[in-house]
Design a protein around this ligand. Sequence first.
Ligand SMILES: [Zn+2]
Length: 191
Amino acid sequence: MRLMGGRLCLDFLNTNAFRSGTPREWLTTYDQLLTFAARTAALEPAELETLRGVSLEHPKQAAAVTELARTWREALYNAVVRSPAQTDLQTLNAVIAAAHTHRQLSHTQDGYAWTWTAPHLELPLWAIALDAAALLADGLATRVRTCPGHDCGWVFLDAGRGKPRRWCAMDLCGNRAKIKEFRSKHQVKQS
Ligand SMILES: [Zn+2]
C-alpha cells in the first residue's frame, strides 16, 4: 500500500482502499495491522516484535482487535469525511481514552519521551487514535480531501500551501486524468 494521506490516521483510512470504486479491504489480519504500524513508523521495531509474539499467543484477541480497528476506522472516516453519528464519536472516544490511559512519560538517555505502559494488542490502534484526536482537535478535518480520480476515493491532507492538492498522487490519478483530458480533446479535434 502507498502512504499518501500526509497523516498517520489518514493513511489508516486508506487501508480500506478505493472507496469510490470497488472497495478493497487491506486490513484483514492482525499481522497487516502490524505491517501498517511498521510502514508508518507508528510504533518502534521492538514494540512491533513484542506484539507479534503476543498476537501469536492470543490469536482470538488479535482477531478481535483487528475487527475493532476496522470498526474504529469507519467511525473515523465518518468523522473526517462525512458527518459523524453519536455512535461514531463514542467509538472514537473509547479508543482515544484507552490510548491516553496507557501513555506515560519515561526518562531516557535523551530526556523524556512518551512511551506505552504495556505491550497491549491495541497499541497500533492507540497510536493512530492519538494522531486522529490531534487532527480533529486542531480543526484539520476541513483540510482533508478525497481524491476524485476514477475508482479512487483515497483521503489526504491538503497542506494548504501554494496550489491546492487535488489528487492522491500525481503519478496515479493525476496523470490518468491528464491522459483522459488529452484524449477527449484529441477526439474533439478529429471529429
Ligand atoms: Zn486518487
